[in-house]
Design a protein around this ligand. Structure first.
Ligand code: B12
Ligand code: SF4
Length: 585
């Protein structure tokens, strides 16, 4: 389905809406259920609550998944808005210094020893965080008056915030329908139970699994049919959800078939409710043409989310989204002017039909092009209009490999298609303003890469970096310590390889993390991996550590149970990796 003209013109003036404007627009009462989706701040413990807000100087992230859900609802006639709660809270935090100081004085004696005082400050900060979150939640619900309140649960460190908000809604707005969606909740059985089991005092109504747009549409349509009476709501026929059947969590009768993102149209950025003093230029901005990739990396949730079936939002939506974000970034005062082209793999080859649309039907494919080549004319146009904007991108190493001695034995060939004329493609990438390409190198030990199903050969890495550098583009390296297959010796070897990459000037930036065994990733299901990994006892409450700097597991010998790669060792090697990265700018 194409994008209709009316939608186009609505989109071309995506001004931010204030709450007052929103109220005006909503003067006409409608029977159709309204939806308000909250994106939630990181809050794993008092420390991270503070950190999340203290980073108020940092730019904010657009909750793109939630916005995509809201966009489809709107285009199908259901009002929907999105609240980036961390943007609201960081505003509160910035102006709340005095209030936090006053609370500290009011509740605690001043003479306490330094350590106690720090602890007291943390308690006050967390209380401030939760109080302000509730106040904003309450105000926004009263002002917008939605029937459906939804939460985007993408990362496990946001679970505490979401729990606090869901509980508050249950107590203060018992008639609202509460829905959760997003990557983290889609794959995590424990979270699902926590939110759905009414005995746990949260009592959310529905969890939407995986891509949420079409499922959420079904949920609001069902609510509309139930005519405000939730007891008439029949969830059993909606594919792709989980809910409480009175005794236990049940998944709907069928899984939802993947939808075609072209139906959604360009993201309606004007559906984001912004706090006073914040505008679109204060956010980091990204665009993605394709959803999914052909990799099967054991640490990633892409396989479970997209099942190696790649879909696309289409060129027209891409053009309009990029135009909007480029303008927002261009107009902001100062700071880096960067837009992320965050397709998982910008060099992934896709099949195109005779009309130039992405197709998965082999019989319709008339040519194959990389994602970059497909979107190149749009990037070129944007670059001409906004030359101050730089793009960053990410890609798989395998596309840029040199001739292999054993071409027939390429691991996962669909994920590693060697692109034709790589130098020309890279030259064009540079021409349109891409100045940094991140490669998912992840590690420098072949054994670790193999156990982690990275489907990359170590020998491919340096030539790929060299090609990118030769085109005048910087290379960023994603790096992970403690991946499946890791041992102390292998990680030492990996460090040596990293050292070589740095010494030979083949990488310019390093983004390193400690591996997190995410629910939904193969690392949590593949028996050969699961048996070697001993998760922390409190793993379920901690799960994804905030900035992935501390391991939440250690490696054991599956036969004897003896620890073979300890947390201390993983941390030590991670720190060494970070230190190596400091040599770069
Ligand atoms: C852009 C991006 C970022 C950006 C912005 C993140 C942000 N906060 O918005 C940056 C670079 C900052 C980033 C950082 C991180 N990211 Co990131 N990021 C992505 C990326 C590449 C694209 C996201 C996107 O726009 N997708 C397209 C939109 C349309 O889809 P979506 O977001 O998945 O949302 C769909 C569903 O999840 C669901 N949904 C989402 N919200 C809601 C809400 C409701 C109500 C409903 C019904 C449905 C629903 O429906 C949506 C539409 O289909 C994805 C990978 C990917 N290709 O998706 C990783 C990804 C989301 N990131 C991931 C991770 C782990 C991180 C980090 C924690 C990494 C780290 N250790 O630092 C940090 C967290 C930073 C932070 N504070 O937010 C993981 C999440 C893993 C998981 N939980 O399963 C992903 C999936 C990558 C991966 N495969 O491992 N990230
Ligand atoms: S290539 Fe990237 S997006 Fe694809 S499965 Fe591997 S880590 Fe995930």
């Amino acid at each position: 389905m194409g994008i209709e003209n009316s939608e186009q013109s609505e989109y071309e003036q995506p001004e931010e809406i204030s709450l007052a404007d929103q109220e005006k627009q909503e003067a006409e009462p409608t029977k159709k259920p309204k939806t308000l989706i909250f994106d939630t701040p990181f809050h794993a413990d008092p420390e991270t609550a503070k950190q999340a807000l203290d980073d108020s100087g940092m730019q904010k992230e657009i909750p793109r998944g939630a916005l995509s859900v809201a966009t489809l609802l709107e285009r199908r006639g259901f009002e929907a808005s999105v609240v980036p709660m961390d943007a609201f809270l960081s505003q509160e935090f910035m102006k709340g210094g005095e209030e936090r100081e006053r609370l500290l004085k009011e509740f605690y004696e001043e003479e306490a020893p330094k350590e106690t005082r720090e602890l007291q400050q943390k308690v006050i900060d967390e209380a401030f965080f939760i109080t302000k979150m509730r106040e904003n939640l309450h105000r926004l619900i009263e002002e917008v008056n939605p029937q459906v309140i939804a939460f985007s649960y993408m990362f496990s460190p946001t679970e505490r915030s979401i729990r606090a908000m869901v509980r508050y809604i249950r107590e203060n707005f018992p008639d609202k329908t509460i829905v959760l969606g997003g990557n983290a909740v889609s794959f995590d059985d424990d979270s699902r139970e926590t939110f759905l089991d009414p005995s746990k005092n949260l009592g959310a109504d529905v969890i939407v699994n995986r891509e949420g747009e079409w499922t959420m549409l079904d949920v609001v349509e069902s609510l509309e049919q139930a005519e405000d009476d939730k007891t008439k709501l029949d969830l059993s026929q909606i594919p792709g959800i989980s809910y409480w059947d009175g005794e236990k969590v049940v998944d709907s009768v069928s899984e939802r078939k993947r939808g075609d993102p072209i139906e959604i149209g360009p993201l309606s950025y004007n559906k984001i409710i912004l706090p006073e003093g914040v505008n679109m230029g204060d956010f980091n901005h990204y665009v993605l043409f394709a959803r999914g990739c052909m990799g099967r990396c054991a640490f990633c949730t892409s396989l479970e989310m997209y099942r190696r079936v790649v879909s696309s939002i289409g060129l027209e939506s891409y053009r309009q989204e990029l135009d909007f974000v480029a303008r927002s970034v261009h107009e902001k005062e100062g700071g880096e002017k960067t837009v992320g082209l965050l397709d998982d793999d910008l060099l992934l080859e896709l099949g195109l039909d005779a009309e130039g649309n992405v197709t998965r039907e082999e019989s319709e494919i008339v040519e194959r092009k990389t994602v970059f080549e497909i979107v190149e004319p749009i990037l070129r146009d944007i670059h001409q209009r906004y030359p101050d904007i730089q793009f960053t991108a990410q890609a798989r190493v395998g596309h840029l490999r040199e001739n292999d001695t054993d071409e027939k034995n390429i691991l996962n060939p669909e994920a590693n298609t060697k692109i034709e004329k790589p130098d020309e493609v890279l030259r064009k990438m540079k021409e349109v303003g891409i100045n940094l390409v991140f490669l998912g190198i992840e590690n420098g030990s072949q054994e670790i890469l193999d156990t982690s199903r990275k489907d990359t050969k170590i020998d491919w890495i340096k030539p790929a970096c060299r090609k990118i550098k030769n085109a005048g583009i910087e290379v960023g390296a994603f790096w992970i310590v403690g991946l499946p297959g890791a041992t102390y010796e292998r990680e030492k070897q990996s460090l040596e390889f990293l050292q070589e990459l740095i010494d030979e000037g083949l990488i310019d930036q390093l983004e390193s993390h400690v591996f997190v065994p995410l629910p939904g990733s193969a690392s949590r299901k593949q028996k050969s991996i699961v048996g070697t990994m001993k998760l922390d006892e409190d793993f379920e409450t901690k799960r994804q550590s905030l900035f992935n700097e501390t391991p939440t597991y250690e490696y054991i010998d599956p036969k004897t149970g003896r620890v073979v790669f300890s947390k201390t060792q993983i941390t030590e090697l991670f720190n060494e990796t970070v230190n190596l990265g400091k040599k770069l700018k």
